[in-house]
Design a protein. Structure first.
Lengths: 558, 558
């Protein structure tokens, strides 16, 4: 018994007379203040549900107790390896357990995680290593060739740790002196891990895939990561203990903060080395997946999968999609297949998604087509985003809510990045006027839901009229023979620019450029229809985004 | 078109060479920082779902647009009435729309809401008015007699606003010069409302119902209110657009932060002037209520309601219960009636609930009785609570997780109060050692779930052995003829103290004291069984808590 006799009956003496202490003198103390950080979520998960499966990877099953232990080992090993508070730890890996462990273990060492896009070239990786001053680089052996080249080019020489994933290449080249599991074994899970000194301390660094110049390093802090991790729960009605499939790359805006979200809700993370249709349907069936996130391009892959593959899908699976505006027809087809789609929108600079097409139950009565059209709009702010508006790019004055006036999307508040690393000029420009300038163009509908029209660099200006490439693409996706489509501006001496469509047809389909234009004319104003149509596969980024700058180059050369 | 020509194509110039700016120099700006406050939730609700019903009260239906407008009017009217940042506005009202509007309108005027318990006596109310230096007092006319008396006794003379609720008394006495609706009409909804300067600014003041001495004023800040409002969503798996019945008094820890939670999830608030069985079942059926919170005593009322009344309950309704440990049998009966119970635990000092019996799906396989026993434990920390432990009251060292060693419950972090108003001594004592001392006694089970054994002032020490009054009460509730039971210490010359049971029988039942003791002996160790049994109704607080200090007085006089 810890309680004995009268000690158990002690009472605080009542305050006899109020002093003149003002409430403003009630200060922060360790009892009532702690920095917000998502790291506490894994400690809680390991304590509440130590035996619940946290990570699934092929035949591997690890519980929350084991995963937390491994993260603490990683933190300890990093510190023993010389990592200090504020240092950068770079990661080159697909969605494997080591990547998930880095989302916790790296900041638990006080360090900042820079998860790099696995499709990047050696020159860009070398730039990042130097710019971020990476002290450690963890790299999956699949990427040894590009990393080897990057390390040759980089001025900094980070400690290199090879990850020999059991589901990765069997003969992958080793670049460093130590393998991940051996490195972990050198860490002590019982060592106390590093709490952030301030919730404004950096937790992650994510480079934007700039199409010109060097990429910018977007810095996330603990507070924003905590809040967006919770925001995901709120907008997705995410229940306790979800089974979450990692289709979305963890290196993409730190997996939209979902590594932390899944720990907060004590879910199960199903890893996936390769985002392929068969593997996705297989994982859904094998692990009773309840939730996953994916770019529209992945959804398009799924809806166009052969019937036999699709048959493996189980009950309703919740899907969160973003990264580019999903064509309404793709949403409609996904829902017919038993998926329920939540459409979100965000950018690297806002920790991933920050806007959601919050579903109005009144819309349930609409036709399937109308419902998909409503859902294809980006929507309203996350409850954890403080401000969202569509406004004039110069004055920031809001545009009328008329569904037609195009303006720039501005955001502000808790889940806007700390800024760009070592780039005060870009940071100042991005935050000018007290709002984050997204560079995305949108209209605001009368119901307060915004709809993206284009990136400011993508919009086509033809004869003085703005043409939304998204609108033209939506029309193209309605054609039953078109698998994928992207529209860019093509310089034109008479009109300034005209729309140029790049189209991939479905297997066995055949269409002429004239067919495509004729179809578009049944769907929209003639001036918006493509003047040129090019057939063939589309260039894409690792996150499934179509690389419009490549297409713009091609259009220029036509 | 807000976008013209090349303005739409501007790009940020790429940073050519990294400067030596450290990430630590990335400062807070209006673009990326705002104080956390739950007030933004109502602005968002009004923007996202202006026509969704926010408040139901008898025949009254008000949308989120209307409710937000009324809250802004209230804020404006208060400021015009002389209320300044940091001033206290007191409220004496049951769960009516005006009370809900105060949860937003008062802090939107920069002021601090002191929602008073409607069962309080004039002397205590007078103390609060003076101690909080209330500038305004809003009072439902039902409480005019006690408020009139309190105002006579108080030194401060607040501006008094009478609330003549359409469902309240028709001839209620008016104490002030203005009625609530007229007061609102004097406010301008278009006036900008006051944002907190700092998230640490006070939002609410809640006096604890101290049983000795003067009540203590617990100060809540915007940050804690925001985080606990979200914590409620996470632990309850609260979906979008819930229909929430206000059985829990809004003056009780500010309705456990649920006024803000329901706005965050754009739900519907169903008001309830009186918490009566028939009204609860009626509201559930009439408004398709999906969620409500209630003390165990209310649940006991519901499970003992006549069959005809219960028949009005619809599908599964989610119930969150706290305030005292719910007897396992009450949970079991509720679930058999189609309610799903989530058990939480908290105190005024932690914004309401801060601990939840997080449900392990593995427990689904257990018997109904076993499931209820598991669920009757208080559980684990909210994801938004930073720390929770059961430890030695002096050294704070954790007790072993053996399910038997009793210690005091300690909490720390985001949702621990700012402190006690004008009571530095009590604040210091409460936060001694960097943890909030709850004064509650509990054991920690081997699975890391805590179970309350008693308030430190309630535990019975008999012959040197601790006896948990909760354990004895749980045994009594298992008897089919017992409606309600409470156990307190009775002084005893030989044993120090012995358990004394106060018991209310069900209608038509008849039991002797010997019957009760004999039954208890079949349930637990003999030394824990009541030595005295008293039959009759139990004295209760407005929140349904049994007033044990009254019973202790009675036991002393036996």
């Amino acid at each position: 018994m810890a309680i004995k006799g009268n000690a158990a009956k002690r009472r605080t003496a009542p305050a006899r007379r109020p002093t003149r202490l003002r409430d403003t003198e009630l200060a922060r103390t360790p009892a009532n203040y702690a920095p917000l950080t998502p790291l506490g979520f894994i400690a809680r998960a390991a304590s509440v549900a130590p035996r619940h499966v946290a990570v699934v990877h092929g035949p591997i099953r690890r519980t929350w107790a084991e995963t937390y232990r491994r993260c603490r080992q990683l933190a300890s090993a990093l510190r023993r390896g010389g990592v200090r508070r504020g240092d950068t730890v770079a990661l080159m890996a697909p969605n494997i357990p080591a990547a998930y462990e880095c989302a916790f273990g790296v900041p638990m060492a006080g360090a900042v995680l820079n998860a790099m896009n696995i499709r990047l070239d050696a020159a860009t990786i070398a730039f990042m290593i130097d710019h971020a001053d990476a002290k450690v680089l963890l790299t999956d052996t699949e990427f040894a060739p590009v990393i080897e080249e990057a390390l040759k080019r980089a001025r900094r020489k980070p400690l290199v740790i090879d990850i020999a994933d059991p589901l990765g290449p069997t003969d992958g080249q080793r670049l460093g002196g130590v393998e991940y599991e051996d490195f972990l074994a050198g860490g002590d899970a019982d060592e106390e891990w590093v709490q952030p000194r301030d919730e404004w301390d950096a937790i992650a660094l994510n480079y934007t895939s700039g199409t010109t110049g060097n990429p910018k390093g977007v810095v996330y802090h603990h507070r924003g990561a905590y809040l967006n991790a919770i925001g995901n729960v709120m907008v997705w009605n995410l229940p306790a203990r979800p089974v979450y499939l990692w289709t979305l790359p963890m290196f993409h805006c730190n997996g939209w903060c979902f590594p932390w979200t899944i720990a907060a809700m004590i879910g199960t993370n199903v890893c996936l080395r390769r985002v392929e249709t068969k593997a996705i349907f297989g994982a859904i069936a094998d692990h009773r997946v309840t939730h996953f996130c994916a770019a529209p391009i992945i959804l398009n892959m799924l809806v166009n999968a052969p019937e036999t593959m699709r048959a493996r899908a189980g009950g309703v699976v919740e899907v969160m999609t973003a990264a580019s505006a999903p064509p309404a027809t793709v949403i409609e087809k996904m829902e017919r297949m038993g998926f329920h789609v939540t459409h979100v929108y965000g950018l690297t600079e806002v920790y991933g998604p920050a806007v959601v097409c919050d579903w109005d139950p009144a819309w349930n009565a609409a036709s399937a087509e109308e419902r998909s059209r409503l859902k294809a709009r980006q929507g309203v702010r996350y409850p954890v985003l403080d401000g969202l508006k569509v406004g004039d790019p110069r004055t920031l004055a809001p545009v009328p809510w008329d569904g037609t006036t195009i303006g720039e999307v501005f955001m502000r508040g808790h889940i806007v990045m700390k800024g760009y690393l070592k780039n005060p000029k870009a940071t100042r420009a991005a935050f000018k006027g007290g709002w984050f300038h997204t560079g995305d163009l949108a209209v605001m509908h009368p119901d307060g839901y915004l709809e993206l029209k284009d990136r400011s660099k993508d919009i086509i200006i033809s004869g003085g009229e703005n043409i939304s490439t998204i609108e033209v693409e939506n029309a193209l996706y309605r054609h039953p023979d078109i698998l994928e489509a992207a529209v860019v501006a093509r310089p034109d001496p008479a009109w300034g620019e005209t729309p140029c469509a790049f189209v991939t047809l479905k297997d066995g389909a055949s269409l002429s450029a004239e067919d495509v234009v004729a179809f578009c004319r049944t769907q929209m104003a003639h001036f918006k229809c493509p003047r040129s149509v090019v057939f063939g596969p589309l260039p894409k980024t690792s996150t499934g985004k179509i690389q419009k700058y490549v297409l713009r180059e091609r259009a220029r050369g036509l």
